[in-house]
Design a protein around this ligand. Sequence first.
Ligand code: ATP
Ligand code: MG
Length: 610
Amino acid sequence: MPPASCSTKIHVLPDDVVSRIAAGEVVERPAAVVKELLENSLDAGGLHITIDVRDGGLSLIRVTDDGEGISRADLPRAFDRHATSKLRSDRDLASVTTMGFRGEALPSIASVSHVLVTTATRQDTVGAQLTLVAGAASAIVDAPAVSGTRIEVSNLFFNQPARKKFLKTITTEFSHISHVVQLAGLAWPSVHFRLTHNGQEILNYPAVASDRDRILQVYRPAFLDRTVEVRGRIAGLSIRGVMVDPVHARSSRMPQELFVNRRPIRNATVFHAVMEGYGSFLPKGSHPTFVLFLDIEPDRLDVNVHPTKKEVRFAETESLHQLVRQSVRHALGGSERRAVLGLTPAGLSQTAPVFSPTAVGQTASLRDSHSAALISGRTQDSRVNTSDAAPLSGIVEGSQLVFAHEPTGAYQRAEKPDIVPFGQILRTYLVAQVGEELQVIDQHTAHERILFQRLWRGWQSRDIPSQPLLIPEPIELSVAHSALLLKRLDELEKLGLLIEPFGTTAVAICGVPVGLGKVDATALVQDLLDDLTEWDSVSSLEMKVQPVLASLACHGAVRAGRALALLEIQQLIHDWVQEGLIMTCPHGRRTAFRLSTDELAKLFGRVGWA
Ligand SMILES: Nc1ncnc2c1ncn2[C@@H]1O[C@H](COP(=O)(O)OP(=O)(O)OP(=O)(O)O)[C@@H](O)[C@H]1O
Ligand SMILES: [Mg+2]
């Protein structure tokens, strides 16, 4: 046992060291100072907020607001640790409605910089000014009674050379600051934000009435043009915003902004739900971009989990995941249907209809109950509209284009548009009038999408029947590839794909899902190997299966260059319409190009003419 005197190794740190350690968590870089000051201005009800920055925030950060101000008596207290006007008790912490709640930001900032605060409340006839150096305050002096608060932070990290050394270039630090201002702008459209750098105006967002208008100010109009609207609600939780239309998805991940009760947040659950919502709609190698706002009852949220409040914890992650995923999926389906029906997008106005995820869930399960039939063609639905499907059977038989005989009634919607097929261009593109639009459709990608949707439903209901291939063709593989494939035979069988070993390292495809056309077995196996190589790195079963089904759909779809009869064209377009006119194939290529009546009228200068 060591002698008692050794216990003096442990001692309590001096206050200034404690402050700086705590500040290290809150104030990681100049942008963090801007974030905290902005949040204070917003909590104070500021409607005009100006942020002036010099040298990436290292020389100066000045935030001026017209909020409620700080009374002279409260002013020194604002810089005391754990001093706040926003919380009173532990109970308040369970349902925080303000951006701030810990009473840590101002003391943290002040401990690593020089601060000058000038403030006045609306009742004050004389304002107050306080200077602090490394947290040490001078006496309060009088200032003009301009209601609101101005906080100037200069010489940031002057007493923390190590922290200063780790900062990036002025340009990088400033870009973090402007991102912080953009985020605040997106979350608070009714507030006017202005940002200057070294005297030059960089951002200016006058107050606007809607999220959509603010998104327009923050991003170029081209961004909004490429998005679809997301909207959904369940009890105590709602989502709204915009996300990229898959046709326009690119490799860029910007923006991917999520706000929870106006806080910019990173959250793996929501991100995962967005990805699952997109599912196969998203081209390989491209990423979703979005600006999404979640509103949730404050008592279902723990905001006190991250030093810079970049994360929150949700009480019910499952319902959140479901809402986000279904809202995203609904938005993807809705955008195409709206367009063909000639309806204008609702916009992000207050009056836009609220989507009920329950309703969508019901639709999905109704579809699922038919899924086996959609693949195998066994069910005869009493609501089948045979007038569309009947003439095709004779044509399809014996042709390469073997469609699953599908009960169209399963999808029937009141708004089903009429289809008038005109023919084929270059044996690749189908031309038709669909509803009131002219559609030019890529026969391969559209058919690929149809097959994929059917396979997907079949997989979800655990029923993808196979059709045997008459002459299985052996395919020679490397040892590693044949081992990779043979390891997955059972899983592939569940996807309707029957593969058998053939000698030591060769395999043969003996069966493919019903409904696929003539398949090039060697090319299919090559793609399957690519898909299977990625299986070990993917955790979700859906994410594993989708690429395989996409490969099957691709190889089973009618190729470009094949002549189609008018009835086949009619059937293909009909099936594509029934699947919801999805504008991408599962690999993300475009399925169609359309011109609305409005666009045609504009093209021919008919607007305003009889
Ligand atoms: N711009 C402002 N206008 C009016 N009051 C302010 C302003 N900035 C700060 N205050 C007052 O100073 C207090 C301390 O601010 P500080 O940012 O340190 O803590 P907080 O916002 O309460 O919590 P958090 O540390 O989570 O941000 C606030 O509670 C608020 O009463
Ligand atoms: Mg604060």
